[in-house]
Design a protein. Structure first.
Length: 169
């Protein structure tokens, strides 16, 4: 009788170990698929942004050539573009630049509390800027203004809440 118990236990242990490895394999495959879809979605967002930027420039050029006519236009309510995070300007006269650098061309100057949209891009490098009461080191953030213009702003110049930066004059 003891021989039978001894022969059943190793088989049971092997079955338990086998079930564990199969479960682990399913979990690992699922994680890899999720990670892959995140990277694919990121690439799709970049392509959509580039397309929106080019279309926006073409539309602005076309609008400047044609007279303004105020007629209501039905627009689709379903959007495939991802929702963008809303940020607020917290430094008076924040400059939107063509590239993430203090020497880059200025595209637009924004007033305090202006609403902008975060385009999910942050520069790899940081810049140190003296705000008056405080010196801040932050990366650059790519945003889209209410006018539809995309550009880079200094990271300390925007915040999730409407508030003036405590280090500014």
């Amino acid at each position: 009788m003891s021989e039978k118990k001894g022969s059943i236990l190793p088989s049971l242990e092997l079955i338990i170990i086998g079930v564990f490895f199969v479960g682990f394999a399913f979990w690992a495959i699922n994680k890899c698929s999720d990670t892959q879809s995140k990277y694919i979605n990121r690439e799709e967002r970049k392509r959509l942004r580039a397309l929106e930027d080019s279309l926006g420039q073409k539309i602005e050029a076309a609008q400047s050539d044609t007279p303004k006519i105020s007629t209501p236009v039905a627009s689709p309510t379903v959007s495939t573009a991802p929702a963008l995070s809303r940020l607020y300007v917290c430094l008076e006269g924040l400059k939107v630049r063509k590239s993430p650098s203090t020497g880059a061309e200025i595209l637009e100057t924004l007033p305090l509390f202006e609403e902008v949209y975060f385009l999910n891009e942050v520069s790899d490098s940081t810049t140190t800027v003296n705000l008056g009461k405080q010196t801040v080191t932050e990366p650059w953030i790519k945003v889209q203004t209410r006018k539809g213009r995309a550009g880079w702003v200094f990271g300390a110049g925007v915040h999730y809440y409407r508030r003036k930066h405590p280090g500014s004059d």
